[in-house]
Design a protein around this ligand. Structure first.
Ligand code: 3H9
Length: 695
């Protein structure tokens, strides 16, 4: 077993955390660190101790997979490891490189001194897992860097670089060059000079107006983190650090940690963490295939999507050639890109040098020949099969034989596009979400002929753009939009049956969705849904739609872009206002169909919409379009505003129990349009076998 080891560098003992990949603090690892600390303490030849990490991290924190198992509670727990270091009578120095997070940082806070390499990422990210730092972090960090900075870090979970946090008092030295050598020299200096052992537990929490700070943070958390229990508890714990003696604060932290780690929200957030990482492991793809080296990427089409993709590429440091055959569209696209970077500078998110670097990476041209040197071409033209095929033909006339070609279609058949190519193996789908420079999700569509090389290039691109790439097979709408169709079907039918659009939006927003379906479709454009319905109602006449949305579209109500959709919009505003005209059109449509409306409650709204997602997810899983249920969850959490603290539609169904899901879906069988919710075969099978989607 690979665990911490102890070496001697003269009179300095070096304990190396060694538990790949991130030196997480499993029970075995914790035990071995404590044993080495005690051995070093007992060894008269040792005058100081350095704790350092092997590989690419000092320490990524507690072993998350141990949570909710006996191993997490087995002593020494992480807090006791930090306490052992703090309690030693010889100086203990944490030497941090690359990553010190969660329990890893808490262990370092237990040490008497800390040094770091430049650029190390320092964080207490527990809140993102629905817990709080449970190994003394909420009590020691405010003592180390002051209450304000500590509260920011603990509540946001966001990392700071070692250089940025050093002046706040976390590090005694930033060591350029060899960290071990520097840390050993530093440790020897401390011992030589007989420097006092700095124990944070003995120091006061620094900062002014701390009650105001706690009160204002509490308010901000309540506004920003509806549905997430952990952020408010993080504030409580820092308040405890301010108000209580250290040991009482620690007891409060532990109790709160143990409560939070059992919550459904924490379990769901941890699922989301591992699901995102699992998505990069693709069945039937040799992990040694690295994909094409990307020196230049070309984007075809300078519309909203194409220019958003160009921004994302340049932001990641990739040279981009953006082309559009229409000079006016190209100019509009370029202006949009330049405006995005100017706004980022104005808001302090980008410095002028960064803006200049990005501009230098961007070439815009109407000449398709300019894509000749591209390693990857991403087509982002109008969503029409004939147009796409024609564009691919022209692209292929200009690029090298090994250039990877991607279509940014959101629903068209990638195999059909590839079939028109002389080399279908190099073609894949890269479905970006709008705005492409903001949204984290990238659906990577693996066609029948897509080569491993092309697929690996798509995955590497996702990593480069700091997006989550989810591989899916070819079907109408891929994972996300195919499920969305079922979700929207229910949302529209619920209005036909008697709910108001606002009630539907409010119910789903209260449940945790970032935006209700009608506000979302008003933003995306009701005409897009209309076009899809027209096509699908021919291809799948067995799947009924509510009719009122078409009536709205026929009246030119396409949403925000036309100032009216399901809601009304004042010029320049995105606020969805009630609109009696929309209500009138809906009522007229329902009357014309002779539908007897009824009272529809919030519980039914949420249940039908959310379970429709999971039900279609089951079909997608059954057909092999998604490799695993967690990939579907990742798509919904990162691309569709599904509440992360509920884990995703498949996780939610698992948490409900699949037999209950089947029972709830069947309960609608007798209602009008009940067949739209008939349980998918895989769902029924798994429920009958007592299995889950996420294994
Ligand atoms: C905590 O510390 C609680 C304490 O306060 C109290 C305790 C009582 N455990 O992200 P990557 C795996 S809570 C287990 O692709 P990167 C990860 O799943 C913890 N596994 O690499 C993946 O495995 P696989 C607080 C972990 O270089 C592999 O490592 N800490 C852990 O892009 C590589 O991960 C956090 O929340 C872990 N703690 O980023 C930090 N961490 O290869 C969470 C990682 O099988 N971790 N793995 O897919 C991270 O943010 C990133 O992983 C990190 C490296 C920045 C460390």
């Amino acid at each position: 077993m690979t665990i911490a080891h102890l070496d001697h560098h003269g009179d300095v003992a070096v304990i190396t955390l060694d538990n790949p990949p991130v030196n997480a603090l499993s029970h075995a690892h914790r035990t071995s660190i404590v044993n080495h600390l005690k051995a070093a303490e007992a060894d008269p030849a040792v005058r100081a101790i350095v704790l350092i990490g092997a590989g690419d991290a000092f320490c990524g924190g507690a072993e998350i997979r141990e949570f909710n198992t006996p191993a997490a509670l087995a002593e020494p727990i992480t807090r006791q490891v930090a306490e052992t270091a703090e309690g030693l009578g010889k100086p203990v120095i944490a030497a941090i490189h690359k990553v010190a997070m969660g329990g890893g940082l808490e262990l370092a806070l237990g040490c008497h001194y800390r040094v770091a390499s430049p650029g190390a990422s320092i964080a207490l990210p527990e809140v993102k897992l629905g817990i709080l730092p449970g190994a003394g972090g909420t009590q020691r960090l405010p003592r180390a860097v002051g209450a304000k900075a500590a509260l920011d870090m603990i509540v946001s979970g966001e990392p700071m670089t070692s250089q940025a946090i050093a002046p706040l008092g976390l590090f005694e030295q930033i060591i350029e060059g060899d960290l071990l050598e520097g840390a050993v020299a530093f440790a020897r200096q401390i011992a030589d000079r007989g420097m006092p052992l700095r124990r944070l537990r003995e120091e006061p929490v620094r900062g002014e107006n701390l009650s105001d700070l706690i009160a204002s943070t509490r308010e901000q958390v309540a506004r920003q983190w509806r549905g997430y229990p952990a952020p408010a508890r993080c504030v409580d714990a820092v308040e405890a650090a301010i108000k209580l003696p250290f040991d009482e604060g620690i007891r409060f932290e532990r109790k709160t940690f143990l409560e939070l780690v059992e919550t459904a929200e924490s379990r769901a957030l941890r699922h989301a963490f591992f699901a995102e990482r699992a998505a990069s492991k693709v069945p039937r793809l040799d992990p040694s295939v690295r994909g094409h080296r990307l020196d230049t990427v070309a984007v075809i089409g300078a519309g909203t999507m194409g220019s958003g993709i160009a921004i994302a590429l340049a932001n990641a440091g990739l040279p981009v050639v953006l082309t559009d055959s229409d000079a006016a569209s190209l100019a509009r696209g370029r202006a949009h890109i330049e405006r995005a970077w100017t706004t980022a500078v104005e808001r302090g998110r980008l410095d002028p040098a960064g803006q200049a670097r990005r501009l230098a990476l961007l070439t815009t041209t109407t000449e398709l020949a300019a894509i000749a040197s591209a390693d990857l071409v991403i087509e982002a033209v109008y969503e029409d099969m004939a147009v796409k095929k024609a564009v691919f033909e022209r692209i292929e006339a200009h690029v090298r034989a090994d250039t990877i070609l991607a279509t940014n279609t959101s629903s068209l058949d990638v195999d059909a596009i590839a079939a028109a190519s002389s080399n279908p193996a190099r073609i894949l789908g890269l479905h970006f979400f709008s705005p492409a420079n903001v949204m984290r999700l990238l659906e990577i569509v693996r066609g029948r002929a897509t080569s491993d090389d092309a697929l690996a290039t798509g995955l590497a691109l996702a990593r480069r753009l700091r997006k989550v790439g989810v591989v899916c097979g070819v079907c109408d709408g891929f994972i996300g939009n195919r499920m969305l169709e079922e979700y929207l079907r229910q949302a529209y039918l619920l209005v036909e049956e008697g709910a108001t659009p606002r009630a539907v939006d409010e119910a789903l927003e209260a449940w945790g969705f970032a935006m209700g379906p009608f506000r979302m479709m008003d933003m995306a454009g009701q005409d897009i849904g209309w076009a899809i319905r027209k096509r699908l109602s021919v291809e799948h006449p067995e799947k009924p739609y509510a009719q009122w949305p078409d009536r709205l579209c026929e009246a030119g109500r396409f949403g925000q872009k036309t100032g009216a959709g399901v809601y009304r919009y004042e010029p320049g505003s995105r606020d969805a206002l009630p609109d009696p005209e929309a209500d009138r059109l809906i009522a007229a449509s329902v009357r014309a169909q002779g539908i007897a409306q009824r009272v529809v409650g919030a519980a039914e709204i949420v249940e039908r919409c959310v379970l429709a997602l999971a039900n279609e997810g089951a079909r997608i899983l059954d057909e092999g379009i998604a490799a695993r249920a967690s990939d579907i969850d990742v798509v919904y959490v990162t691309g569709y505003g599904f509440p992360r603290y509920r884990g995703g539609p498949m996780w939610h169904a698992d948490a409900m129990g699949l037999d209950s899901v089947v029972e709830r879906l069947q309960s609608y069988a007798t209602t009008r349009m009940g067949q739209t919710l008939s349980p998918a075969p895989l769902l029924v099978q798994r429920a009958a076998a007592g299995h889950r989607f996420n294994t």
